[in-house]
Design a protein around this ligand. Structure first.
Ligand code: CIZ
Ligand code: SF4
Length: 303
């Protein structure tokens, strides 16, 4: 079947199944074009919860589909890219978190959304890259275990020096490979462009940027900036939406390694197959779901 016929069939099935298609900012262009909503993991999970749809087709990586299931437990969460995980989320498991809790008994555990539901369930609060600073500033605890991203943790610690933060040694393979020399090189090539990077990049890289923010913050920054050229230091999928929303502006990817192979696993044929077969489904067992929901909801109280 060619791609256009597959898209036609998806369009028929999404109505029959009463399905909402959600795509992360890092998804393939064709998936973003197909989606009812494109956004970051929290906005997508909240859209899943708020929607009247019975079925959510979640185009992203596994922890994001889990978050949608936690916030919308009554809905069927289809996850077309069955094997799309997040290597950074895999760098933290619940057992190890419990050991760190013993080591630092006074510390609150703040889990970045890039964690499994099981890790969220043994954490006190969740955060996203968009609200981590605000959350850590506002929560009452002064000592914190931050996991799993050491780079985001380091970035937060610099802005909230009054708190003692123990950093978990995880990182995103896609963002961590960017080096200061890449920034210097691309700045030399495009001296009139602003450098916008994600806080999952190394501290030596964020130190050289004009702006550091989450995907939603980068999107907002570009929209309101009077500058015309931008060097983008996050996963390349974001450029599709940026270019669509800002057709007169120019975007350069900071380096060619900014591709997340897991995010690219969702394809049109996989979305079609998931709507045809109503598989694979992601669901979180109730005992984990309730505890993980508590950490996600506590985040919303402080941001
Ligand atoms: O929370 C998300 O969607 C991720 C992984 C990144 C971001 O900056 O939005
Ligand atoms: Fe995980 Fe990095 Fe891919 Fe995001 S870009 S899903 S943090 S590996």
């Amino acid at each position: 079947m060619d791609l256009a016929s597959a898209v036609n069939e998806i369009n028929q099935l999404r109505h029959e199944r009463e399905a909402l298609i959600l795509a992360h900012n890092y998804q393939n262009d064709a998936i973003q074009d197909l989606a009812d909503q494109v956004g970051d993991s929290l906005a997508l999970s909240q859209a899943a919860a708020a929607s009247k749809a019975k079925v959510i087709v979640f185009c992203g990586v596994h922890f994001m589909a889990e978050s949608a299931s936690i916030l919308a437990p009554e809905k069927t969460i289809l996850f077309p890219a069955e094997n799309a995980g997040c290597p950074m989320a895999d760098m933290a498991d619940a057992e190890e978190v419990l050991k760190w809790r013993e080591r630092y008994p006074k510390a609150a555990v703040v889990a970045y959304v890039n964690t499994s539901a099981a890790v969220k369930a043994v954490s006190d609060y969740c955060c996203t890259s968009a609200n981590a600073i605000k959350l850590i500033k506002n929560i009452p605890e002064s000592e914190i275990i931050f996991l799993p991203d050491q780079n985001l943790g380091h970035f937060v610690a610099k802005q909230v020096p009054e708190k003692k933060i123990h950093l978990w040694p995880g990182y995103c393979v896609t963002h961590h490979q960017v080096e200061p020399k890449d920034v210097n090189l691309v700045k030399e090539l495009h001296p009139d462009a602003l450098v916008l990077v994600h806080p999952e990049c190394r501290p030596e890289v964020t130190a050289l940027a004009d702006f550091v923010g989450s995907t939603s913050q980068i999107i907002k920054y570009v929209k309101t900036s009077s500058n015309q050229k931008f060097i983008i230091g996050t996963e390349m999928g974001i450029i599709h939406g940026l270019q669509k929303e800002n057709p007169t502006k120019t975007f350069y990817l900071l380096n060619k390694g900014l591709v997340c192979p897991n995010m690219k696993q969702t394809t049109i044929p996989k979305v079609l197959k998931s709507l045809q077969t109503m598989q694979p489904v992601v669901s979180v067992p109730p005992e984990i779901r309730d505890k993980a929901a508590r950490a996600l909801n506590r985040m919303l109280e402080y941001v």
